[in-house]
Design a protein around this ligand. Structure first.
Ligand code: AMP
Ligand code: GLY
Length: 461
């Protein structure tokens, strides 16, 4: 029997904090009566009084089951917010059944799941991006030989396909490049791999990363927001790369000039995908690097200007950028989503509340190394309820398990604290005040204490 609730039903395909932020935002729409999340997590209902149903037994790639669920539950809109689901063709399957969906088809989403495709597209469009070569696994010896013969410079070695954030490897010199090439070709995602130049500014200056998010209906796009991610495990940007330890949004790095040029890049990509018969319908994540280029010189030395370069495109929201941007988005996400799938998004009213937000990831001690953080699994998390009482602070859940009203660590990235303020300093103060209320049994909580430091420094300059 089909169920019919009052109001529309939205299904969010995601299990972590990004999904929790989407559930919260969809539930705020007056059009929405109920939200379903696949697989979801135990605390996704935290920020709303509307019914939230989760399906932890399903994966985001369970295409047949999700399509069936949509029919069974009379789902009005599906938001596919996860890369593996895009790669698996979930959006295509939903469209075939006439179901409204936000998210790119497998063809348009290739811009994320095939890095070789993305770089070739960028080359065709003459986008600012690092120099690159593409090889197949069979060409391993050729690639290694070229490393011996070509200049001894820093490079990035990348598996072309999805590798859960572990596909890009930095190599400071020729020797490291050869090691990383061998490593990457042993990965499933490394059947095809890329050797990229290490992007840096003129005169050896360092680039700085930012991300810009837009939503497109295939033809028009609207800006959702920008952010700066902190990917390293520890304070001072030390330790391993992680899925992300936090972010700030908007970032002061995003000057009008940098944003204007970034939007031009995005515009070209969307137009090209449409031209190729693969219109991009959903959230597009532009991962850029601001590079200092020499514009000229005066008596004091070089004059620089900042230019955006393409690091990558992702076919989805960032995590935790979604958690930091969505709460400040003014407008109705259901209306926007519906317009993506069947209308013209240029007519939907959206805006931003102009508050600054900081998202801090609360992780199990040992994250991102599974062999270390698995010891935290099952430890109780204390203090989560305290956050609900705080103004200007939200908690979005990730790998948390609820058993008899108590909460337990259940993976690497457990939850996200998102705090707002008039500027980065205020937002950060609130975020860490909230974080100090939470602990994981046995001293098993790890979080960075310096999220947003780049913007604090910029503000003080
Ligand atoms: P990705 O897995 O493609 O997101 O890359 C992971 C990180 O590696 C990025 O966030 C950048 O910090 C860095 N990175 C990737 N490609 C390059 C490049 N060509 N030059 C400099 N840094 C890069
Ligand atoms: N925060 C980086 C990502 O979602 O890929």
């Amino acid at each position: 029997m089909k169920e019919r609730s009052t109001g529309n039903t939205v299904l969010v395909v995601e299990g972590g904090g990004r999904g929790a932020a989407l559930v919260d935002k969809y539930a705020q729409s007056n059009h929405v009566g109920k939200v379903i999340a696949v697989p979801g997590n135990d605390l996704m209902k935290l920020n709303t009084d509307k019914p939230v149903q989760i399906y932890p037994q399903l994966k985001t790639t369970s295409v047949k089951e999700i399509v069936y669920l949509c029919k069974q539950k009379d789902v009005d809109l599906v938001d596919v917010a996860e890369d593996r689901a895009v790669e698996a063709g979930l959006v295509d399957a939903l469209i075939r059944k006439g179901i409204s969906v936000v998210g790119p088809t497998r063809g348009a989403g290739r811009i994320e799941w095939d890095k070789a495709f993305a770089r070739k597209l960028g080359f065709h469009l003459q986008l600012p991006q690092p120099g690159f070569d593409i090889y197949t696994r069979d060409e391993l010896n050729f690639a290694l030989t070229r490393m011996d013969l070509e200049s001894n410079k820093p490079r990035f070695i990348k598996a072309a396909f999805l590798a859960g954030g572990k596909g890009a490897k930095a190599a400071k010199d020729r020797g490291e490049a050869k090691e990383k090439i061998i490593e990457v070709t042993k990965m499933k995602a490394g059947k095809v791999f890329l050797i990229e130049d290490w992007l840096e500014g003129d005169a050896g200056s360092q680039g700085e990363e930012f991300s810009l998010f837009v939503i497109s209906d295939g033809e028009h796009y609207r800006v959702l927001g920008n952010a700066q991610d902190y990917k390293r495990e520890n304070n001072f940007d030390e330790g391993e790369n992680t899925g992300s330890m936090g972010c700030s949004s908007p970032t002061l790095l995003a000057t009008p000039g940098l944003m204007k040029e970034s939007k031009e890049i995005i515009g070209k990509v969307l137009a090209e995908l449409k031209e190729r018969g693969m219109p991009y319908e959903g959230v597009l994540y532009f991962g850029g690097m601001a590079i200092n280029k020499i514009k000229g010189s005066d008596n004091f030395g070089y004059i620089y200007e900042q230019k955006p370069y393409v690091i990558e495109f992702n076919a989805r929201w960032g995590d935790p950028e979604a958690q930091a941007i969505l709460p400040g988005l003014k407008g109705d996400l259901f209306e926007l989503g519906k317009a993506v799938s069947s209308g013209d998004i240029s007519k939907v009213k959206i805006g931003h509340d102009k508050r600054v937000r900081v998202a801090v990831t609360g992780a199990s001690k040992g994250y991102p190394r599974e062999e270390e953080y698995r010891w935290a699994k099952g430890r109780q998390i204390f203090g989560l309820e305290e956050i609900k009482k705080m103004d200007g602070v939200k908690l979005y859940s990730g790998a948390i398990k609820e058993i008899n009203g108590k909460y337990y660590a259940w993976g690497g990235r457990l939850f996200y604290i998102v705090a707002e303020g008039k500027d980065i300093v205020e937002a950060r103060r609130m975020a860490y005040r909230a974080m100090s209320k939470i602990s994981v049994e046995g001293n098993n909580l790890h979080y960075r204490k310096d999220i947003g430091w780049r913007d604090v420094e910029r503000l003080n300059k």
